[in-house]
Design a protein. Structure first.
Length: 391
């Protein structure tokens, strides 16, 4: 993945690495250390590299303009910063180059030609590799906590080794991007990387990873209010990262867990919220488990067979009648209940005469063998419809 540029350059053992410009960009994320000498090679950057150049490939007759163009290309191709090897091909950094880096918060360092490059590169690349291994271990452990909650040995010890405490509280956020013109899995990976770089600067204990097209974020915090701040921040940041305006983002956040062992519950809640948003059962802006109303009770039932059995027993006869007779009694009944049992309001929503609605509701009542004037019967039916939304 990546690590903070300031932390990385502080690993260099010598004192001859000097920050010449772009000091306000020192918290950029670094993915690798790369040597690049020509404008053509700058196009091969994938983003996040700390680039080293000696100037050997530049036009020696106009070295100032050539260096400015090279640094500009490094910046435009997403480099984290540039280290210029001064002394042989580049005597000093032109003012125009420093001005460009300061204006774009793009860190530029100088390193004397006499300093061996391997002495600079080796500790940095070793730290990046160690950091990548550590991040992968954390991501794998959180995935195990979500998908294999009963196999605690697969996540309790690994996460504890990386300073995630068992008794800490965790919140899971699930994000799904749809209507994308590009590969949704590749887009999820791209957003994950940039979102991780953003999140880790704010939350000391967090992780971001993907599960197919879903982006999953985990943070450790004892405060529910902080989870709400996180949600708004994540949504704004993901929308900013989307390449086009046609994409739609669904986001759900589960309840804060009591401990590390309950992480899978928060994930299931968040995933269920996303599904409810996608099928139109709840508004897209409802993203928190604590705002789910009656769905909160149903989300606490982990056995889908129980929910399916309840739905089949309560609404099954009406659904089968609709399938066999090609009628719409189930959808009419749902709209009737959503309008507090008002025939007039239901007819208005359907753009039909109230006698039509009255007839269909009476038919549904007979098929279900239920008096729809009774509150307890209406509650059973509404609960069955809520279950159906989740299934």
């Amino acid at each position: 993945m990546s690590m903070d540029l300031k932390i990385l350059v502080d690993l260099y053992p010598g004192r001859d690495l000097v920050l010449a410009a772009g000091a306000t960009g020192m918290h950029r994320r670094v993915t690798w250390v790369h040597i690049s000498e020509t404008p053509e090679k700058a196009g091969y950057l994938s983003g996040g590299e700390l680039v080293i150049t000696t100037g050997v490939g530049l036009d020696k007759w106009d070295i100032e303009a050539a260096l400015l163009e090279l640094v500009r290309l490094f910046f435009e191709n997403g480099a984290a910063g540039v280290v210029v090897n001064v002394g042989e091909y580049i005597r000093e950094i032109p003012k125009e180059v420093c001005s460009f880096c300061n204006a774009h918060d793009f860190p530029l360092f100088t390193l004397p030609r006499k300093a061996p490059l391997e002495r600079f590169i080796q500790p940095l690349t070793e730290r990046i590799v160690r950091d990548n291994v550590s991040e992968e271990e954390v991501r794998t452990a959180f995935k195990n906590a979500i998908f294999f909650p009963d196999q605690q040995e697969r996540y309790l010890v690994p996460l504890s080794d990386h300073h995630f405490r068992r008794e800490d509280r965790y919140a899971i956020c699930v994000m799904r991007v749809v209507n994308t013109s590009s590969d949704p899995y590749a887009l999820a990976e791209s957003i994950k990387t940039r979102l991780w770089n953003h999140l880790r600067e704010i939350y000391p204990k967090c992780a971001v990873f993907t599960d197919e097209r879903d982006i999953i974020a985990v943070i450790s915090t004892p405060h529910t209010a902080q989870v709400r701040v996180l949600a708004e921040d994540l949504l704004d940041h993901v929308c900013f990262l989307l390449p086009l305006n046609q994409e739609k983002v669904y986001i759900g956040i589960g309840k804060l867990t009591k401990s590390m062992r309950c992480i899978y519950k928060s994930y299931r809640q968040a995933e269920a919220i996303v599904k409810l948003q996608m099928n139109g059962s709840i508004p897209q802006e409802k993203i928190f488990f604590t705002d789910m109303g009656a769905y909160r009770l149903l989300l606490g039932i982990e056995d889908d067979e129980i929910k399916q059995e309840y739905y089949s027993q309560v609404l099954g006869p009406l659904v089968r009648h609709d399938q066999e007779k090609d009628t719409d009694l189930t959808s009419v009944l749902k709209l009737y209940l959503q309008n507090d049992g008002s025939i007039t309001r239901t007819a208005s929503k359907m753009f039909v005469h109230r006698n039509t609605v009255n007839y269909k509701i009476n038919q549904a009542s007979k098929i279900l063998n239920m008096d729809l004037g009774r509150l307890d019967n209406r509650m059973q039916l509404m609960l069955a419809f809520l279950v159906h939304d989740m299934l």
